[in-house]
Design a binder for this molecule. Structure first.
Ligand code: NAD
Length: 419
């Protein structure tokens, strides 16, 4: 994994590339490339041994032209100001490409959550929620889960916000547990959009997914669910998966559900009995497979590694897994890359459904959620293809950005200037 590429610079490069295909003035381009505001703060929290821990935390609100800022909260030692800025920008264009009425935001705490007890994590999360309270809200900024956060943290943030505001406002955050106002289908939504976009990409190539070989880097929420859904719905052969402990391989196929059960039990995929060998993460990423799903963190594939990638299709479940140089190499090699802002947009799309349900106090069946999700993702894929062909664009990522930037620009222009 390349740590040298700054994800914020990658985002800015992606926007600049796409903007060359549409009429964007310099001042406007600057606005499209930079966040509106960033909260940067220290959380001082009492730890179990009575000492005080201090944790750096961020929330970036990138662009609100199309609606409330929207985006997850990450707990990871690698969180930085630039990473949060990049992730918040990707959210703007992700929401625009699937045409849901949100802007983009993202937050994070510099922390390795494995080193803290549940009580400590609750206090840290509530301290962050207290800092966030003045700038979030159902109509302002609606956070959600990201790496190392889930329903538990979302429930704590909702409770802190509602207690301090003296109200009920379940739509202040999404990704909650069902009994706290969550939506059916939310946990699976990101992996589901990865599965749907892979299906559409294979369809575009005139190929069947049935029997296709698949490798997944990062067997967490997004990656494992994409693998399970692809196996269940399309009978793919998942030949390799990895997590931060390493990668496992079986050319005859691993059982996606069984590997997940093993990881839930033991904490990692390595040591799974159904594997024939262990691989390095680099070996997994360069396997000769039909479909590769990077579902871990940014910069998983740099230009050098991209030269060795053998997959025909890449569906980016993770945010920013390819560096701009890797993108160029893969475009040159005619690899179809379904960009993150579409391939993993299921999470935010079902977050939007959750928010709609919270505000209406009327809850949908899982069947309805999945149908609406499929409609949004397939429509967005069709829109991307139309743009790709009409403008004769070099790759799907540029097409996704052209569609998304145009929508953000329209909203901004229609709003006019003030005063
Ligand atoms: P997660 O914490 O559930 O899973 C991440 C997985 O990646 C873990 O299994 C971890 O062990 C593994 N990993 C970390 N570093 C690795 C490495 N170097 N090599 C191989 N594996 C590694 O997180 P998640 O929610 O699945 O998020 C994964 C990616 O998907 C992130 O980029 C996130 O921003 C993106 N994403 C997630 C959602 C969502 O709803 N969960 C939505 C949109 C995008």
């Amino acid at each position: 994994m390349s740590n040298e590429v700054n994800p914020f610079e990658s985002l800015q490069e992606q926007i600049e590339d796409a903007a060359t295909h549409i009429d964007v003035g310099d001042g406007v381009l600057d606005r499209l490339k930079n966040p509106e505001r960033i909260l940067e703060t220290n959380l001082s929290v009492e730890l179990d041994d009575d000492s005080v821990g201090v944790f750096r935390a961020y929330r970036s609100q990138f662009n609100g032209d199309r609606g409330p800022y929207k985006g997850g909260i990450r707990y990871h030692p690698g969180v930085s100001r630039d990473e949060v800025k990049a992730l918040s920008g990707w959210m703007v264009y992700k929401c625009a490409v699937v045409d849901i009425p949100y802007g983009g935001g993202k937050g994070g705490i510099v922390i390795d959550p494995q080193e803290y007890s549940t009580d400590e994590l609750e206090r840290i999360t509530r301290a962050f929620a207290t800092e966030l309270r003045p700038i979030i809200g159902e109509d302002r900024d609606v956070p959600a889960p990201d790496v190392n956060t889930g329903q538990r943290e979302m429930n704590w943030i909702k409770d802190t916000y509602e207690t301090l505001e003296g109200t009920t406002a379940p739509g202040v955050i999404t990704g909650k547990a069902i009994d706290s106002g969550g939506s059916a289908g939310r946990v699976e939504a990101t992996g589901r959009s990865t599965m749907l976009t892979a299906r559409e990409a294979f369809d575009y190539l005139g190929r069947s997914l049935s029997g296709a070989s698949v490798a997944v880097q990062g067997y967490g929420n997004a990656g494992s669910i994409a693998a399970e859904l692809l196996e269940d719905a399309h009978d793919v052969t998942v030949v390799a998966v990895s997590d931060s402990s390493g990668a496992i391989h079986n050319p005859e196929g691993l059982d996606a559900h069984d590997v997940k059960a093993f990881k839930n039990e033991t904490g990692s995929v390595t040591g799974y009995e159904g594997a024939t060998e262990e691989l390095t993460n680099e070996e997994l990423l360069t396997l000769d497979v039909d479909l590769l799903i990077p579902a871990a963190l940014e910069n998983a594939i740099d230009g050098e590694l991209a030269r060795d990638v053998q997959a025909d299709v890449i569906a980016e479940a993770a945010n920013g897994p390819l560096t701009p140089e890797a993108d160029d190499v893969l475009t040159e090699k005619d690899v179809i890359v379904v960009p993150d802002i579409l391939a993993n947009a299921g999470g935010v799309t079902v977050s939007y459904f959750e928010w709609v349900q919270n505000r209406q106090r009327f809850y949908w069946t899982e069947e309805r959620v999945n149908e609406e999700l499929e409609r949004h993702i397939v429509d967005a894929f069709d829109g991307l293809l139309e743009c790709y062909e009409e403008y004769d664009l070099p790759n799907f990522r540029t097409a996704a950005y052209v569609v998304a930037i145009q929508r953000v620009l329209n909203a901004s222009e229609e709003a006019g200037s003030w005063p």
